[in-house]
Design a protein around this ligand. Structure first.
Ligand code: F6R
Length: 601
């Protein structure tokens, strides 16, 4: 959460505009306020802060407020400490105005650190945990330390996961410190340097990166025009760390909405081909990974949020297809299972971003027990990919909308393929999924979307929406609830059909919408019975099913996709969620209070 962009070049101007461009691309990490700092011609720091999304803020406006300059820093915020206000927006300055800081993550011991500063009469002008960093660097330098040493000195004292960039205007230096939250250096063709929370902050300009690892800092000095090569230093030890420039293969993608009104619907429609892309993997490698799953003594499949629901579906897929028990766990709860981890255990980590803090913490727990890590991840070069023993890419392309759609079905597709490979039936799995990809392509036509748009208009004033499913479609019912909640803000709840009579049925009143996810498998008849029970109590039953049934007030047809039913069943819910948001006047790309990359606990 929170996006950081820094830029240093030898040129006289242009830096604020370049940082603004990068910030807009990182806005999915947080969008409640934003701010920038740049080095002005007299060597001072100018800042600009605004509440709300960056929106249409243009480079001309930024240049007017900040001037030109070849060095700038920017931040897009997802508030943790301190309300959403210009005063709390980053960058934050020290008492002298010479040090500027942008920060992502949480400083767990900030109260204690802040108390020291207050006692020593520092003038703190925000409620954030971030600001203390500027003042501690100021203090260190006043005591005779160099900027780098002062930065390292406070970095060593911080508790919790975070990353920050400090700009020292007097010494013309920048330090990018990574303490458990992502930060990466980009190396431009002309020697200019970028710092960003992820590659999207600069990928339009360069794909040459230098990774800052945890507990390291990158120091950039720009005393004489163009920056020199960054120097990497270990935070705890102080010694220099050697790094290579790595060219990443991730292709530059179009950042436009390609004619769609929102990224969410664009990404939903991209599922016409992303399912096939997800399973476009090397067969020999998939078989080797599948052997590892088959032979592991205990397999945990772990993810957060939507990815956690995908993992729960994976538990059913491995059981049904490969007769292999895997334990699905949400990342934030994983450490409770640490007693069952050994060197022979395998952890399958599932993530779009590869930066979700709960998942990275879970990896830390697994690593401490010598457990092997296989990751299914979308973002190339992400932390998850780098800490895994083996990674399979989801190949879904950039997912920009906060609500996950195409990455979700890519995860489901790849897990289904792995389950088939584990059963020794890789070819059959590939055939099924390629067929499903074609069916999804046919399904996502304008008439189908129009039907769901009409249903959304009908449901737009609902107070609650319930979703039920059985077997592998139970976690999909939970995922459907996540999608509806985050886009439409309607209370939505997904549960197992069999649980209906153990409480939730009491909430069904006349007209309460209940979406029923049906698969043509051995759960079908019981799921339909549950739909009947809802209808008998006046509920409005929306059946997502391959066949029409009398239990449904409204039928949304999906192809009979066999074991791939979770993929085809969740897609109409995604479309419905999108149109519900639009019908309720909500921007579906930027749900309130949420951010795409959850890097704080
Ligand atoms: C919901 C959603 C989130 C993510 C979760 C994990 O639509 O996208 O629940 O699934 O934050 O994120 P990743 O997959 O990046 O680890």
């Amino acid at each position: 959460m929170c996006g950081i962009v820094g830029y240093v070049s030898g040129k006289e101007d242009g830096a604020p505009a370049i940082v603004l461009e990068g910030l807009k691309r990182l806005e999915y990490r947080g969008y409640d306020s934003w701010g920038m700092a740049s080095l002005d011609s007299k060597g001072g720091i100018s800042t600009l802060k605004r509440v709300g999304r960056i929106g249409g803020a243009g480079s001309a406006m930024v240049a007017r407020k900040l001037g030109g300059g070849g060095v700038a820093l920017g931040h897009t915020r997802w508030a943790t400490h301190g309300g959403i206000s210009e005063r709390n927006a980053h960058p934050h300055l020290d008492c002298t105005g010479r040090i500027a800081i942008v920060h992502n993550g949480i400083i767990e011991n900030y109260q204690e650190l802040k108390a020291g500063l207050v006692a020593r009469k520092h003038r703190l002008s925000s409620d954030t945990d971030t600001e203390i960093l500027a003042h501690y660097i100021e203090e260190g330098m006043r005591r005779g330390m160099g900027f780098a040493e002062a930065t390292r000195s406070i970095a060593k004292r911080l508790k919790g996961r975070s990353a920050f960039v400090a700009l020292d205007s007097s010494g013309r230096q920048m330090a990018a410190v990574r303490l458990g939250a992502p930060l990466i250096v980009g190396v431009g063709d002309g020697g200019e340097l970028f710092i960003s929370s992820d590659v999207n902050g600069f990928l339009e300009r360069t794909n040459r990166v230098m990774y800052i690892d945890d507990d390291e800092m990158a120091l950039i000095s720009f005393r004489r025009g163009a920056p020199g090569a960054p120097k990497f230093v270990s935070v705890p030890r102080g010694g220099e760390v050697r790094k290579r420039v790595i060219k990443i293969g991730w292709k530059r993608e179009s950042w436009s909405k390609s004619g769609y009104k929102h990224f969410l619907i664009k990404e939903i429609m991209e599922q016409k081909y992303t399912i096939a892309q997800a399973i476009n993997q090397d067969d020999a490698r998939i078989m080797r990974v599948a052997n590892g799953i088959r032979n592991a003594f205990g397999v945990f499949i772990v993810g957060a949020g939507t990815a956690g629901r995908v993992c729960a579906a994976g538990q059913y897929l491995f059981s049904d297809i490969a007769k292999k028990h895997v334990n699905a766990t949400v990342a934030s709860e994983f450490s409770s299972y640490r007693h069952y981890l050994t060197r022979r255990t395998l952890m399958i980590a599932v993530s779009q971003s590869g930066e979700t803090v709960d998942l990275l913490d879970a990896i830390g727990v697994a690593r401490s027990k010598g457990t092997r890590i296989l990751s299914l991840v979308n973002v190339f070069g992400s932390t998850l990919m780098r800490v895994s023993d083996e990674s399979l890419m989801l190949n879904a392309g950039t997912e920009k909308s906060v609500a996950s759609t195409k990455a979700t079905t890519a995860q489901l597709s790849l897990l289904t393929l792995l389950a088939y490979a584990t059963a020794g039936r890789l070819k059959e799995g590939k055939r099924l999924l390629l067929n499903t990809a074609e069916q999804v392509n046919d399904m996502l036509n304008p008439r189908y979307e129009e039907r769901l748009r009409k249903l959304a208009r009908q449901l737009r004033r609902s107070r609650d929406i319930f979703i039920i499913g059985r077997g592998v479609n139970f976690p999909m019912a939970e995922e459907a609830a996540i999608k509806l909640q985050e886009t439409s803000y309607i209370h939505a709840h997904g549960f197992a059909g069999g649980e209906l009579k153990h409480g939730p049925l009491a909430l069904i009143r006349k007209g309460t919408p209940c979406i029923v996810l049906v698969a043509n498998d051995d759960t079908k008849h019981e799921t339909i019975s549950n739909a009947m029970e809802v209808r008998a109590r006046g509920g409005y039953v929306i059946g997502i099913a391959p066949e029409r049934n009398d239990a449904f007030d409204y039928w949304i047809r999906v192809p009979d996709a066999g074991e791939a039913s979770p993929i085809v069943n969740i897609i109409p819910v995604q479309v419905l969620a999108y149109h519900l948001a639009v019908a309720r006047g909500i921007n579906p790309d930027y749900p309130r209070n949420l951010a795409k990359s959850v890097t704080v606990k």
